[in-house]
Design a protein around this ligand. Structure first.
Ligand code: GLN
Length: 192
């Protein structure tokens, strides 16, 4: 997906939708909100934003979007899920489980760092090879990714725990890359 020609959708049920749209605009990418299955037509990539995974999950069900998004992923569409979006991509989630899309072979532990007041910013651990070094990661009532399957590559860690993973064309971060003014995670999605 080349930035100049890419079309990327942002699932707009709830959460940090506008921040992702602004980041895509900064990268010169044509972006649109996704609320109906027709909105997926012609997209190269889809972002499932952070927010509240119970709310987003109910919205996906109500709007009949689960199967179309699964089909989009299976057909090779690139997907980035951030925070609640990562939870929704997981094969299963724990701690107030919600139905998930099961596009990423990990378990997600909701609110694994505590409540809203336990939100924090932390630098990614040194040592990654993927041009993401020095990333400042914003965690807001963040989940943890555990038990990654063999097809899952850990791209970034904080304090030794995976915070950005990739399986094929599915990317998931437990932090909010749209909030730190650093477009490298979005650029990675475009690179897929
Ligand atoms: N704690 C939220 C949830 O479990 C996710 C928080 C976020 O996306 N910033 O849905």
């Amino acid at each position: 997906m080349a930035a100049g020609s890419a079309q990327v959708g942002v699932l707009a049920i709830q959460g940090a939708v506008d921040k992702h749209l602004a980041m895509l605009e900064q990268l010169d990418v044509a972006a649109r909100r996704v609320l109906r299955k027709e909105d997926l037509d012609g997209l190269d990539g889809l972002i499932i934003p952070g927010g509240e995974s119970t709310t987003i999950s109910k919205g996906l069900d109500r709007l009949g979007l689960c199967e179309p998004i699964r089909a989009f992923g299976r057909a090779g569409g690139a997907i980035l899920g951030t925070c609640a979006g990562a939870i929704l991509l997981a094969r299963e989630c724990e701690n107030h489980p919600v139905p998930t899309l099961q596009l990423l072979d990990v378990r997600a532990l909701r609110n694994a760092y505590g409540t809203q007041v336990d939100s924090f910013v932390a630098p990614a651990d040194a040592g990654d090879e993927g041009g993401l070094s020095g990333m400042r990661c914003v965690f807001i009532r963040a989940p943890q990714i555990v038990d990654p399957g063999p097809g899952v590559e850990v791209l970034l860690r904080v304090d030794g725990l995976p915070v950005l993973v990739r399986q094929g064309r599915v990317l998931a971060s437990t932090f909010h890359p749209e909030l730190a003014g650093d477009p490298r995670v979005h650029a990675l999605l475009l690179g897929l």
